[in-house]
Design a binder for this molecule. Structure first.
Ligand SMILES: NC(=O)c1ccc[n+]([C@@H]2O[C@H](COP(=O)([O-])OP(=O)(O)OC[C@H]3O[C@@H](n4cnc5c(N)ncnc54)[C@H](O)[C@@H]3O)[C@@H](O)[C@H]2O)c1
Length: 342
């Protein structure tokens, strides 16, 4: 069985990817400092698959922690999720973000080289494109991140490109658009203590767990004036990581590092998202429309042709299915437990 190091594997996307890795016969080994997660999802995954995942509590910034883990387990590949992800915080505390995202990834690449691990799948973001001058974004669209989070992610992408050329470490850099929804087979999902994503925020307001939903701007150059984004189902996204590992494993080339957009090629406005949440839940959202936030582009939609061609991957879930799964999750007791249980 192949050992895959999953940094940040206790988190939202990481835990969904672990399910797909197990289903495909891999042995995921989780490395997480639990700074933005608990071990609740991992316990539920263990229960479902009747297994005991190897979980290491450690920080990717700490080279000694990491070296020990590389020494102990022979890894066949790495899926690298660990990192902070609040855009606003990244502007207030950039060094935290450069350390966590850039220094942490440098440590991983250095050890991958030392221990001869040749395949890395990296969590990048559509944020590397900044405010694009096209409405459907391909991997060739100009890179111009406008916040520290996006800049740090793009720095790691460049480091991975160099690592493929210099050390023969192959990588696929997955640029996610807006990730949403939750697994329907195991009760896990998004449980961020500081939640900034649109769909959970709407649902948590509808549930009364949060109060005072604000719609940022209604004067964008879009069909109804609100921002348009591309929402990808977390389970579809998770599967793309396993396919990326498989592509890397079957690749003979040493100098191989490519970016791939992960989105659906469909955009929905914030008002459409609110309406679909209201339809799914049968409840009305009370909200206030306020000014735009600085740096929010009108429209971010992925051209996902490359993902379909290279990974042989397709998004499967409709917006309604994504929101239904998120609603099932956020209204469950497991969500509340995942927020607070260590
Ligand atoms: N959620 C999204 O919409 C989205 C979009 C684009 C990119 N991403 C990227 O995907 C990755 C996963 O996102 P997520 O939504 O699952 O976030 P998450 O916070 O749920 O998961 C990240 C995990 O990494 C861990 N972690 C953070 N810093 C660490 C460190 N220094 N050492 C070890 N573990 C550490 C956290 O405890 C957490 O369990 C992140 O790199 C994020 O930047 C997410």
């Amino acid at each position: 069985m192949k050992n895959i190091l999953v940094t940040g594997g206790a988190g939202y996307i990481g835990s969904h990817t672990i399910i797909e890795l197990i289903k495909k016969g891999y042995n995921p080994i989780v490395f997480d400092n639990f700074s933005n997660s608990t071990d609740k999802s991992l316990k539920l995954i263990n229960e479902y698959f009747k297994k005991e995942l190897t979980v290491i509590n450690g920080d990717i910034i700490n080279m000694e922690d990491l070296d020990e883990v590389f020494k102990q387990y022979g890894f066949d590949g790495i899926v690298h999720f660990a990192g902070c992800l609040e855009v606003g915080e990244s502007m207030i505390n950039p060094i935290k973000y450069y350390k966590n995202i850039v220094s942490g990834s440098i440590n991983l690449v250095e050890l991958a080289n030392k221990y001869n691990v040749k395949n890395i799948v990296f969590s990048s973001t559509a944020g590397v494109y900044g405010i694009p001058n096209v409405s459907v974004i391909s991997e060739d669209t100009i890179i111009n991140p406008i916040n520290t989070y996006g800049k740090a992610k793009y720095m790691v992408e460049r480091i991975l490109e160099d690592a493929s050329r210099a050390y023969g470490i192959r990588s696929i850099r997955l640029r996610y658009f807006n990730v949403a929804g939750a697994s329907e087979i195991i009760k896990i999902g998004e449980a961020h203590r500081s939640e900034s994503h649109l769909i959970p925020n709407i649902l948590l307001n509808i549930l009364g767990i949060k109060n005072g939903f604000k719609l940022f701007g209604n004067d964008y150059n879009t069909k109804d004036g609100t921002c348009v984004r591309d929402y990808i189902y977390v389970c579809d996204l998770a599967l793309a990581h396993v396919k990326a590992i498989e592509v890397l494993e079957s690749n003979e080339k040493n100098d191989f590092s490519i970016p791939i957009n992960l989105g659906t090629k469909s955009g929905y406005s914030n008002l459409e998202i609110i309406k679909t949440c209201e339809d799914v839940t049968g409840k009305t959202l009370n909200y206030e429309t306020v000014d735009r936030r600085p740096g929010d582009p009108d429209k971010l939609v992925a051209d996902n042709t490359k993902a379909m061609e290279v990974l042989n991957w397709r998004p499967t879930a409709s917006l309604k299915q994504i929101i239904q799964s998120a609603w099932n999750w956020h209204s469950s007791i497991e969500y509340i437990e995942a927020l607070g249980v260590k």
